[in-house]
Design a protein around this ligand. Structure first.
Ligand SMILES: Nc1ncnc2c1ncn2[C@@H]1O[C@H](COP(=O)(O)OP(=O)(O)OP(=O)(O)O)[C@@H](O)[C@H]1O
Ligand SMILES: [Mg+2]
Length: 262
């Protein structure tokens, strides 16, 4: 049964989508069967994997509203390169209505979990890209997940908001998903030319009692360019420092002994 990883941090622009896309693609490159799930109405993961989010008849939103079944909105091999065993549950702007619309459901927090239950045994990894908020979409993602992976941007306010995030994760563990664990923290956009990046890493390590991945994702312009070509980094520029970073992270995720059995 696949390990479901929610990539979450309510802070905007910390590298959630970049991490979700490239971790998913690098896991697939290593021979894992991967499903990428876009739970952000911005649809950045969808377009970053080369899919025109405005042209879709069905998205994860429609599956969550029971307007289609999960197979109808799943895009098998969104990338032209069929080399990667990667599928996508895409998102578009309509998902922004979730906050209001799903509240009428009997158990609005469990909608995604129930959908994924039907298909999770087909995959080794399911990577969920969460929006920058702790609302119903992130709650659905964490309720469906085995673990939460938290990207932290190497900048001055890195620790801000982490208390709130940990509080939410604990609350979900208590009320909705007893087996939810914190997969770990990954530093993103590390700039080796500045002392600030180093200080942030040290500061977070000293203040956060969580597993921290050894891999630190560098600030790398190729990572910022890749989504505009609709490609993950390993297909856009396989030899870039960004590709190496996400390959190393994928390797560590596979070998993370805490969850190897999931
Ligand atoms: N390691 C990196 N090197 C260079 N640019 C990066 C890196 N990681 C992310 N970026 C860029 O930083 C911006 C924010 O990244 P991203 O979209 O992944 O963050 P996010 O947390 O998903 O944002 P949001 O909260 O809006 O969903 C993007 O323009 C992205 O291309
Ligand atoms: Mg994002």
């Amino acid at each position: 049964m696949g390990r479901v990883i929610a990539v979450a941090n309510q802070k905007g622009g910390v590298g959630k989508t970049t991490t979700s896309i490239n971790l998913a693609a690098c896991l697939a490159e290593k021979g894992q069967k991967v499903l990428a799930v876009d739970m952000d109405p911005q649809g950045n993961m969808t377009s970053g994997l080369g899919v025109d989010k405005n042209s879709l008849q069905y998205t994860i939103y429609h599956a969550m509203c029971e307007e289609c079944n999960i197979g109808e909105c799943m895009i098998v091999h969104p990338l032209e390169s069929k080399k990667l065993n990667l599928s996508l549950l895409p998102a578009s702007r309509e998902l922004a209505g979730a906050e209001v619309e799903f509240i009428e459901s009997e158990k609005p927090q469990y909608i995604l979990k129930n959908l994924l239950a039907k298909i999770r045994d087909r995959f080794d990894y399911i990577i969920i890209d969460c929006p920058p908020a702790l609302g119903i979409l992130t709650v659905n993602s964490m309720t469906a997940a085995d673990t939460v992976l938290v990207p932290i941007q190497c900048e001055f306010f890195a620790l801000d908001g982490l208390t709130q995030l940990m509080y939410t994760i604990n609350l979900i563990r208590k009320k909705l998903n007893r087996s939810l664990e914190i997969e770990g923290v990954v530093f993103t956009m590390f700039d080796s030319r500045t002392n600030l990046s180093l200080e942030v890493v040290e500061n977070v390590k000293n203040n956060l009692d969580q597993f921290i991945y050894k891999t630190i994702i560098p600030r790398n312009v190729r990572l910022a360019e890749a989504p505009s070509f609709g490609l993950p980094i390993n297909l856009y520029d396989s030899r870039s420092a960004g590709a190496q970073g996400y390959r190393d992270l994928a390797e560590e995720v596979i070998n993370n002994k805490l969850f190897a059995g999931l």
